[in-house]
Ligand binder design. Structure first.
Ligand code: B12
Ligand code: SF4
Length: 520
């Protein structure tokens, strides 16, 4: 049987890191079946095109995975496929949290022939075998223990994902029209791939708005160091053969959740020479450990995503994230900057103690810290989270099924001390101020003591991050961005040119010196 694993596009960006679940399930598919992967974010296809493709390729089963944010799109795609007589199985966090919706048991339309609840590592082969026999069941669920809890995969051993042979071309983050120019600039920037790797699953912190503790559980399961290192080495080998950069996104929710384990993993990465530039999510409280931050830098850590959420400790207490202290943020960022590690700092507006002006208050602090890459969102009640239950009980949900009528930056509940419209303005203001050409120039000035390469990297990262809110989907949008930021770009280019010239001069002198006739 031919199986298509499909990830719906998110309606915002076209091109990002591939989703790990697709590669994982592909590796877990019994060998007699063929698996094709299509990520709508990398390869945009209309529903008609997708149906035609499935018919032409004689696809027997389509597996669709979706977060809540993308589920409406996933349902539309699933509906079109099912209307054409193609079997669809859906999995991932959203259908696990709202199973009745996908199966049409809530009075709505049925979108999937079958759904996979929770982690599907142990159920996927059953789904495939049943589908091949034409006997798909409605629901697939991992076995449960004596207490009725899902038996979760131990991640030891971990499936082999054949990165060395996979086609990564569609996931290059560099726009096609810039690829040849950037290739000529050296350092392999013509193509840039970010590859997802997990080293563990689960999180004990249970923040009120988060689905992770509920979905993956509060005890953490780790892969062995050897298995992670082996995967990195294969990727590194692959990187050597590509004319581009490969970076790794350790997608663990809190990579340093067990500091002892992370230190041992990073030491093993260093010892094996398996360093690749990497990004990961780590909470601020764990980044106060200097030895850990040294190991992060030495093992290739380049960007750390920190869920700072709010600069107001009351808000942090409200969402059960008291372990992360806003008072620590400045020092933590300085520690990272000293090692040339960028921080991606994430903030949530619309929390219960937020009032209008929260964006400016936050930006004032953010701009007084080492420049990082701030991102902004709003408090969103995802289904099956403690936040959802609290707001539902309090009658504060204004759009209880917000995912079926997605509206960017329009909150789905009434914030306590501001209006939904005010919250939307705060987010828009935060994004536009943080990535304006003026702010980009200020950020570069603040790191003028850093190596040129670091500053170029910072500006390029700013362009990509700006794209999260202001999608730069075509050549025109990129050219406009370049034009608006021409002062910063020209400044760096000038400096780069004079460094290059003086390097050439020194090289010439050295060459001449080396070839001087000896005078006796
Ligand atoms: C990496 C990541 C991202 C990446 C993008 C995704 C990517 N390209 O990988 C980035 C950083 C861009 C991102 C962004 C966002 N993310 Co995110 N992200 C994650 C993260 C950390 C890892 C995902 C992952 O690969 N997990 C490991 C794999 C193995 O697990 P999995 O995907 O769940 O797959 C397993 C099962 O679910 C199942 N399965 C999944 N799909 C399918 C499909 C089929 C057919 C079957 C049978 C089974 C199946 O089988 C898999 C193996 O067991 C998760 C948290 C987490 N730990 O999962 C959050 C998470 C998925 N993100 C979340 C959110 C909310 C977001 C944002 C909306 C945040 C925001 N406010 O902007 C954005 C939206 C993105 C967008 N606009 O596109 C939530 C989703 C909650 C929900 N109910 O939807 C999560 C769970 C985190 C959380 N705090 O709750 N994210
Ligand atoms: S937000 Fe991060 S730290 Fe909090 S529960 Fe979710 S994964 Fe854990």
């Amino acid at each position: 049987m031919k199986i298509l694993l499909y990830n719906p596009d998110n309606g915002v960006t076209r091109n990002f890191m591939p989703h790990l679940w697709m590669f994982l399930l592909q590796s877990l598919t019994p060998k007699e079946h063929e698996v094709i992967l299509i990520d709508g974010n990398a390869k945009a296809m209309s529903r008609e095109e997708l149906v035609r493709y499935c018919k032409e390729e004689n696809i027997g089963l389509v597996g669709i995975g979706a977060m809540t944010r993308m589920v409406a799109r996933a349902y539309q795609v699933a509906d079109s496929l099912r209307d054409a007589g193609i079997k669809v199985v859906m999995g991932g966090p959203h259908v696990t949290e709202c199973p009745d919706e996908a199966l049409g048991r809530d009075g709505g339309k049925r979108h999937a022939d079958a759904i996979a609840l929770g982690e599907a590592d142990s159920t996927w082969h059953l789904i495939v075998e049943d589908a091949a026999r034409g006997e798909l069941k409605d629901i697939y669920q991992p076995e449960v223990d004596a207490k009725g809890n899902d038996i979760k995969p131990s991640l030891q051993p971990y499936p082999h994902i054949p990165w060395e042979t996979l086609d990564l071309e569609q996931f290059s983050l560099v726009p096609k029209f810039l690829q040849s120019t950037l290739s000529k600039m050296g350092a392999g920037w013509g193509k840039f791939f970010v590859v997802p790797i997990e080293t563990g699953r689960g999180c004990p912190y249970g923040c009120e708005f988060c689905t992770v503790t509920g979905f993956f559980g509060d005890s953490i399961r780790f892969r062995t160091n050897e298995s992670v290192v082996e995967e990195l080495l294969r990727l590194k080998e692959r990187g050597k053969n590509e004319r581009g950069q490969i970076a790794v996104f350790f997608i663990d929710d809190n990579l340093a959740i067990n500091k002892k384990r992370l230190k041992s993993l990073l030491r093993d990465v260093i010892a094996a020479g398996a360093q690749l530039p990497w990004v990961a999510q780590i909470s601020a409280n764990l980044l106060k450990d200097e030895e850990l931050v040294d190991l992060i830098a030495d093992s290739g850590g380049k960007w750390i995503f920190i869920g700072m959420e709010s600069i107001d400790p009351q808000n942090m207490a409200d969402v059960n994230k008291n372990f992360s202290k806003p008072g620590d943020y400045k020092d933590v960022l300085e520690g990272l900057a000293r090692r040339n590690i960028y921080a991606i700092t994430s903030f949530i507006f619309g929390m219960d103690n937020d009032t209008t002006g929260v964006a400016d208050r936050t930006l004032e602090q953010v701009n007084s810290w080492q420049p990082g890459l701030p991102v902004f969102g709003q408090l969103t009640p995802f289904p099956a989270t403690p936040l959802y239950t609290r707001l539902e009980k309090a009658g504060r949900l204004t759009r209880p099924k917000h995912w079926l009528e997605f509206a960017q930056f329009v909150m789905a509940h009434k914030p306590a001390k501001m209006t939904i419209e005010e919250a939307r303005h705060e987010v828009i203001h935060a994004w536009s101020s943080s990535y304006s050409p003026e702010r980009n120039a200020e950020a570069l000035a603040a790191i003028s003591d850093k190596p040129l390469e670091y500053r170029i990297g910072h500006l390029v990262a700013r362009f990509f991050f700006r794209g999260i809110y202001f999608p730069q989907m075509n050549k025109r949008a990129w050219l406009k961005l370049m034009f608006d930021n021409r002062k910063s770009i020209l400044g760096l280019a000038k400096e780069g040119y004079s460094t290059y010239r003086s390097y050439k001069k020194t090289a010439k002198v050295k060459f001449a010196d080396a070839h001087k006739p000896e005078i006796i």
